[in-house]
Design a protein around this ligand. Structure first.
Ligand code: G3H
Ligand code: 13P
Ligand code: ZN
Length: 343
């Protein structure tokens, strides 16, 4: 097995200066695409399930699909991560299901919509760390609110992260990684024009400032799908109706990684790849009715995007760099850190 603590995957990425994509999963084909891509380019894996994914799959199914990845690919370090946990209870549920990492998104109230106050964010995030670290589980927090709204996540109001609050937030909560808000949003509709370095659509300065103030912090960029234009065109060519929209350019993600971003969250790009492929198969082969005839190509299309991201973010080639730690190792690590900080 290596079901690996996400903290180790991020620590190793920081040592060598690369980023690791976080891919969301809802079903078997997505999980297989992530793993087949990782095996091909030898990348560590962060596989994440949202609250919506757990609900859609009835939890047990997704847990076992993710577990099958760990069993089927015993040499690749894999962190199983809860995405956007909005309550203490959902984080506990994920840990009970066997996840090695949870996100407590304390930027929002439990409804996943209303922004939460800074002090409440600290309190709820600290509570999750308090029961997670003694079990060796990694915790990601969020400071600031992402723009946009996608399914059940997002207030629709953007609040960029204030770099001056970060050090205190991390010291008080003891999170292992922090999601920062720099102008990205979830879903396909991020920007009406293509971001370029002169337009300042993305506040890369926030990432650079946080890195100056907290050089050892692992930052996380959410809403980081690049919304490939060729996929949008393919969806529309075969009967879809996606309005003009642009995502986060890969150059911006690379700039973020250079300045301390270690985890880059991607979901929408895989959704677009699936939809573009299935629409084309339905158009080209109207006689087809075996789901394997369109889910198989959809899985391949996701794998192509996944490999591109492993290569671009730099995690390709690093799967076998280190001896995976266990959750037991991490318990000791956190205990020692607690002792040091109380001295
Ligand atoms: O952060 C949001 C992810 O894209 C998950 O979305 O809640 O629809 O699974 P979901
Ligand atoms: P995208 O919608 O840009 O893929 O973002 C996914 C995400 O942030 C998951 O937490
Ligand atoms: Zn997110």
């Amino acid at each position: 097995m290596p079901l690996v603590p996400m903290r180790q995957i991020l620590d190793e990425a920081a040592k060598k200066g690369y980023g690791v994509p976080h891919f969301n999963v809802n079903n078997m084909e997505q999980a297989q695409a992530i793993m087949r891509g990782a095996e091909e380019v030898k990348s560590p894996v962060i596989m994440a399930a949202s609250k919506g994914a757990l609900k859609y799959s009835d939890m047990l199914f997704l847990r076992n699909i993710m577990g099958a990845c760990v069993e089927r690919y015993p040499k690749i370090p894999i962190a199983l991560h809860l995405d956007h946990g909005t309550s203490v209870d959902i984080c506990k549920t994920a840990i009970d299901l066997g996840f090695s990492s949870v996100m407590m998104d304390g930027s929002l109230e439990e409804d996943g919509k209303t922004p939460r106050s800074y002090d409440d964010n600290i309190a709820v995030t600290r509570e999750v760390v308090n029961f997670s670290h003694p079990l060796g589980i990694t915790v990601e927090g969020e400071l600031g609110c992402l723009g946009g709204i996608e399914d059940d996540i997002g207030s629709g109001e953007e609040k960029l992260t204030n770099p001056d609050q970060v050090k205190e937030f991390v010291e008080k909560t003891k999170v292992d990684a922090l999601a920062v808000s720099i102008g990205t949003s979830h879903g396909a509709y991020k920007f009406k024009i293509q971001p370029d370095p002169d337009k300042n659509l993305l506040a890369m300065n926030i990432i650079r400032r946080i890195h100056e103030l907290c050089p050892n912090l692992h930052m996380v960029m959410h809403g980081s799908s690049s919304v490939p234009q060729e996929l949008i065109a393919q969806i529309n060519r075969y009967g879809g109706n996606i309005k003009e929209t642009y995502g986060v350019p890969l150059w911006a993600i690379k700039e973020g990684i250079y300045a301390g971003v270690r985890k880059v969250n991607v979901d929408t790009d895989l959704r677009l790849a699936v939809t573009a492929t299935i629409r084309k198969v339905f158009h080209d082969s109207p006689e087809a009715f075996d789901p394997r005839k369109y889910l198989g190509p959809a899985r391949d299309a996701m794998k192509t995007i996944i490999i591109e991201r492993y290569n671009t973010f730099g995690s390709a080639g690093h799967a076998y760099d280190y001896e995976p730690k266990t959750l037991e190792d991490m318990k000791i690590f956190y205990e020692e850190n607690e002792l040091k900080s109380s001295e």
